[in-house]
Ligand binder design. Structure first.
Ligand code: GUN
Ligand code: ZN
Length: 430
């Protein structure tokens, strides 16, 4: 057992913050040797329960759960900041050419290594990430994640039409590859597989049907796609699938909405769509830096909350502009203020933080596993230095309460705040 003494940020079951200015986090192995939070709370109380534990004292630091990025593309690391008129030209001119390079396993491996190092430097300990249509990109990613002992979710992209040579796959082979990748990687160590149709316009009915069949056959895998991001995309999807009530409903028709299904963006939805999300347990990945960069639109936080949708925050790199959760939380705040419907919600800093940690974990079906520092959670956590820059030191010293402190970190923070990212170890693992 090992304990860490510092300020300690956790969340209760309702997603409200619990903060101990002088806290103690006790970490130790479970019956399988996996490092988990054993105890957490005010130092005076927790220390009394563990009189012999070794304590690392981190004065002035904040311990917080590792961030969870609900939607990102590891193969798009090199196309952050690629300018385009909107989503569809961006895909054609930058994304597909960049992704075609992942046919090369060595390129896949080198980008996967860089990507994971960058995520950890920014304090992100779990992500749901697209690979490319090449199975070797999935192998490269999971091998790199396994070496770092990370909890990561990924999958081979399915795209058998309306895609150029180099990224387009073949229907039968793509489904066979998906099933063999599920068998190779899903639930091995801390890795999870996501069945990943790119978006409805780039899959045939047969591919979407096959994806839905695999999703039924392997019910604890994830489903990961995009929906209702951009107005031209929505128009195209409506033309291709005229029988569906809405773009989102296309996925429902192929059995692709259920618990552990995650759709990025969800901007151009109506209330019937939101009801469908809610009834099926499907989650939205909200990607504000991407939506602002590509001019896609504004996620309707008020609408999602009114219907009770599950959602969490996501960078969507490389449409998104930053690996940093602080940039994503800041952008989510701006989007909430402006709002698609101009109603303008002011999201509390602790709620932005929750949507990128415990709330995102809950939307992924990983409540109590990651994204929090309550007893039983896997011990993926951050050591945050609130004095990382002169301005942060000055500003955080003036905070009168937790919300003011968290807002200072969100508004002024970046990777410099993350002094250390601690990953749960597994005793006896090779
Ligand atoms: N829709 C289909 N593919 C993509 C992608 O790679 N990025 C984004 N942002 N939207 C998509
Ligand atoms: Zn995306």
């Amino acid at each position: 057992m090992q304990a860490y003494r510092a300020s300690l940020l956790r969340f209760d079951d309702a997603g409200q913050p619990v903060y101990d200015t002088d806290g103690l986090l006790v970490v130790g192995p479970d019956a399988d040797g996996r490092q988990r939070v054993q105890d957490a709370g005010a130092h005076a109380e927790v220390a009394a329960r563990h009189p012999h534990v070794a304590v690392t004292h981190l004065p002035g630091r904040i311990l917080a759960p590792g961030f969870v990025d609900m939607h990102i593309h590891f193969p798009q690391t090199d196309i952050i900041g690629a300018p385009a008129e909107g989503l569809l030209p961006w895909l054609e001119n930058y994304t597909f050419p960049a992704e075609s390079r992942f046919a090369d396993p060595a390129h896949s491996a080198s980008v996967a290594e860089f990507f994971l190092d960058e995520m950890l430097r920014n304090g992100v300990t779990t992500s749901l990430t697209f690979a490319t249509s090449h199975p070797q990109s999935v192998d490269a990613f999971f091998e790199a994640a396994r070496r770092r002992r990370l909890r990561m979710i990924s999958g081979k992209v399915l795209q058998d039409r309306h895609s150029p040579d180099g990224v387009r796959d073949e229907t039968e082979q793509s489904l066979a590859d998906t099933e063999s990748l599920i068998r190779r990687w899903h639930n091995h160590d801390r890795l999870g597989y996501a069945i990943t149709p790119r978006f409805a316009p780039t899959s045939t009915d047969a591919q979407l049907r096959g994806a839905g069949e695999l999703a039924a056959k392997y019910p604890d895998t994830w489903i990961h796609s995009h929906v209702a991001e951009n107005r031209d995309e929505v128009k195209w999807a409506r033309e291709l699938f005229p029988q569906a009530r809405s773009y989102l409903d296309v996925y429902a028709g192929f059995g692709l909405m259920r618990e552990r299904a995650v759709y990025a963006h969800c901007i151009w939805l109506d209330d019937a769509d939101r009801q469908l999300m809610q009834q099926t347990g499907t989650a939205a990945a909200v990607s504000p830096t991407s939506n602002l960069f590509l001019g896609s639109g504004f996620f309707d936080f008020e609408g999602a909350d009114r219907i009770g949708n599950r959602y969490g925050l996501a960078s969507d790199v490389g449409g998104g502009t930053s690996f940093s959760p602080f940039a994503t939380m800041m952008a989510a705040y701006y989007v909430g203020r402006e709002g698609q419907t101009k109603k303008g919600v002011s999201i509390a800093p602790s709620q932005l933080w929750w949507r990128h940690t415990g709330g995102a974990a809950r939307a992924l079906g990983l409540d109590g596993v990651i994204g929090n520092l309550q007893p039983g959670c896997e011990a993926d956590f951050l050591v945050i230095d609130p004095k990382a820059t002169p301005l942060l030191a000055r500003k955080t010293a003036l905070a009168n309460n937790l919300e003011e402190l968290l807002f200072s970190l969100i508004v002024l923070g970046d990777d410099r705040l993350i002094e250390r990212t601690v990953i749960s170890q597994q005793a006896g693992a090779a």
